[in-house]
Design a protein around this ligand. Structure first.
Ligand code: R1P
Ligand code: URA
Length: 349
């Protein structure tokens, strides 16, 4: 039987489970590692205190897989979200409503590499741009035909949290095995594409007008080194959230945010007007005096070289995911964030 969801604006069950992830408050920690692949999530979760037997596990019927446990006594969640901007969007927005206080989110994902360095290298990008298909371009027309539109668009950059970025770089650098042949980059730029194929310059049987895309990207974006599909949206949402909610957030924030966007004529009668700002306040909010920043960083494993065309082997993938996952886990558990005693509690553990 399907659950009953209330409220078309932000659907939740009566016991407050969110629509796509299926989680609710108490099941998600403030420190989160997000990955694209279930097996990567599970192998990192197996390194939590007490191993998988000691970990809360929830798989939603939309394919999101969450593990929550403790790392060296600190609550931490690992979530596998699949691929692309929409799934990153579901994750950040729905987890935000399950967690009070500051959040620290690290993406540990794979990517393609644009530099002539070995596959298996790591990049911890200091910025990310969105590289997206321009749907106003006529892709069915001949390439030679002059069009006003460009087939692809590059956005302005979004940035990670500086301290979390440094913590991740320091941690992976310290944890690399003596035999590791890869490079560890920390001052390069990432591009997050809206397709694995067309907007990453791969040639398929579709007319994508992308044969010069990588060349163009390298010309337009200084220090660009990696291509994947989620980091930009994570950095974008985290930084706009943090800038617009610099002091307070509680699980009741959604009612505040929603009411601020209601046109005055349609505002519920119970709302009051904030005297200083003139904004309409919702019925509830009891903001906690903690910061509610979302701090984000990204650690990217170069699985595909777009220079040599080489792909990483399954053995090297396992080894890289294993030691980099451990390093990210330990560093995130140690990373200081502002969490009040009440909201750091993960009730089921
Ligand atoms: C494409 O194969 C997927 O791999 C990368 C891309 O961002 C995209 O999600 O990341 P993950 O390995 O984390 O899924
Ligand atoms: N993930 C991507 O998005 N691109 C690659 O080339 C490899 C992994």
């Amino acid at each position: 039987m399907r659950d009953v969801f209330l409220d078309a604006n932000f659907p939740r069950t009566a016991d407050k489970r969110v629509y796509h992830l299926g989680t609710r408050a108490g099941e998600v920690a403030n420190r989160i590692i997000t990955v694209g692949h279930h097996s990567r999530a599970q192998s990192i979760a197996a390194q939590l205190d007490g191993g998988l037997d000691n970990v809360f596990r929830l798989e939603s019927d939309r394919g999101f897989l969450l593990f929550t446990g403790k790392c060296n006594g600190v609550p931490l969640s690992i979530i596998s979200i699949g691929m692309g901007y929409p799934n990153m969007d579901f994750m950040v927005r729905e987890l935000r409503e399950c967690v009070d206080g500051e959040m620290a989110i690290v993406r540990l994902g794979s990517c393609g590499g644009l530099l002539d360095i070995p596959v298996g290298s790591l990049a911890i990008p200091r910025a990310s741009v969105a590289l997206t298909r321009n749907y106003d371009y006529d892709f069915a027309a001949e390439e030679s035909e002059s069009q006003k539109e460009q087939p692809y668009r590059i956005s302005k950059p979004a940035f990670p949290d500086e301290e979390l970025h440094t913590a991740m770089h320091t941690a992976v650098n310290a944890a690399k095995p003596a035999s590791y042949k890869g490079h560890i980059l920390h001052d390069t730029v990432n591009a997050s594409a809206d397709s694995f194929y067309s907007s990453q310059g791969r040639i398929t049987s579709f007319p994508d007008h992308n044969s010069n895309l990588i060349e163009w990207l390298i010309k337009e974006v200084e220090y660009v080194a990696t291509l994947e599909m989620e980091t930009f949206h994570l950095f974008h949402l985290a930084s706009i959230w943090s800038r617009s909610n610099s002091l307070t957030h509680s699980a009741s924030s959604l009612s505040l945010q929603a009411s601020l966007t209601v046109p005055p004529d349609h505002a519920p009668a119970s709302t009051s007007l904030d005297e200083a700002s003139g904004a309409r306040l919702g019925p509830t909010p009891h903001p906690t005096p903690t910061s509610s920043k979302i701090r984000a960083a990204s650690v990217q494993m170069i699985f595909a070289s777009r220079v040599s065309q080489e792909m990483i082997t399954p053995e090297d993938t396992r080894a890289l995911e294993d030691w980099s996952g451990r390093a990210v886990l330990d560093a995130l558990a140690k990373f200081p964030i502002s969490v009040s005693a009440a909201c750091s509690l993960v009730h089921r553990l």
